[in-house]
Design a protein around this ligand. Structure first.
Ligand SMILES: C[S@@+](CC[C@H](N)C(=O)[O-])C[C@H]1O[C@@H](n2cnc3c(N)ncnc32)[C@H](O)[C@@H]1O
Length: 200
């Protein structure tokens, strides 16, 4: 299982946003939706062995599970509509119990720390970072069940960096260029799909 935690610093926490203004009024939700697509969508299907956790302003976490996910299309607008629907159901999330707005999507009333705590036993927590250890030096085997953490258009905050330190603070560089988060996800998938560029 590959997991991706996307930190959405400016993502709305209520559903009152326009699907026509994802890059502006919706806090760069366009880029985060592209990241969700990059994590799941292949040319002919959905990667079932993937989970994505979208952190909305450290207040809610919307979890997408590839084993049950339905109606995830390649366009940003329909993915944003799934996020909006999840936020419409936010009052159903009580304590540790999530709201279940659509198949394969759950909304939890927890932020970055709560989410890391909940999934930390699944695998190593690895921050994708342009100043990290080169992926080719770490190797695909060690990364097989990783939980990859990515930020949006903003840098991780000092508080988020401190939290990551507490969870091992492994940083991984995918290449020399600073990429968009969706591009970084695609490169990470490619590295793991090919067993570290060995299998084509
Ligand atoms: C658009 S970048 C964030 C850029 C940063 N906040 C800034 O504006 O300077 C989004 C995310 O992609 C990932 N990323 C980008 N380039 C990367 C690279 N070369 N290696 C690993 N991860 C990368 C990181 O997780 C980063 O937080």
């Amino acid at each position: 299982m590959r997991q991706f935690v996307l930190i959405g610093h400016d993502v709305p926490t209520t559903p009152e946003f326009s699907l026509d203004d994802l890059a502006g009024g919706a806090g760069r939700l366009d880029a985060l939706c592209r990241s969700i697509t990059a994590a799941f969508v292949t040319s002919h299907g959905i990667r079932e062995d993937v989970r994505v956790h979208l952190i909305a302003r450290d207040e809610y976490t919307i979890t997408f599970d590839g084993r049950e996910l339905q109606r995830l299309n390649p366009d940003e607008r329909s993915t944003a509509a799934l996020v909006r629907k999840a936020l419409e159901h936010r009052e159903d999330a009580i304590g540790a119990l999530p709201a279940e707005p659509s198949p394969g999507i759950e909304l939890y009333r927890r932020g970055f720390e709560g989410t890391l705590e909940a999934i930390a036993d699944d695998g190593p927590i690895v921050q994708l970072h342009e100043d990290g250890d080169a992926v080719v030096d770490v190797g695909a085997e060690a990364l097989a069940d990783s939980i990859f953490v990515l930020s949006d258009h903003r840098d991780v905050t000092d508080a988020e960096a401190a939290l990551l330190e507490g969870f091992g603070d492994q940083r991984l560089r995918l290449g020399p260029e600073l990429l968009h988060a969706d591009q970084a996800i695609t490169v990470a998938h490619h590295y793991l799909d090919t067993d570290g560029y060995e299998r084509f």
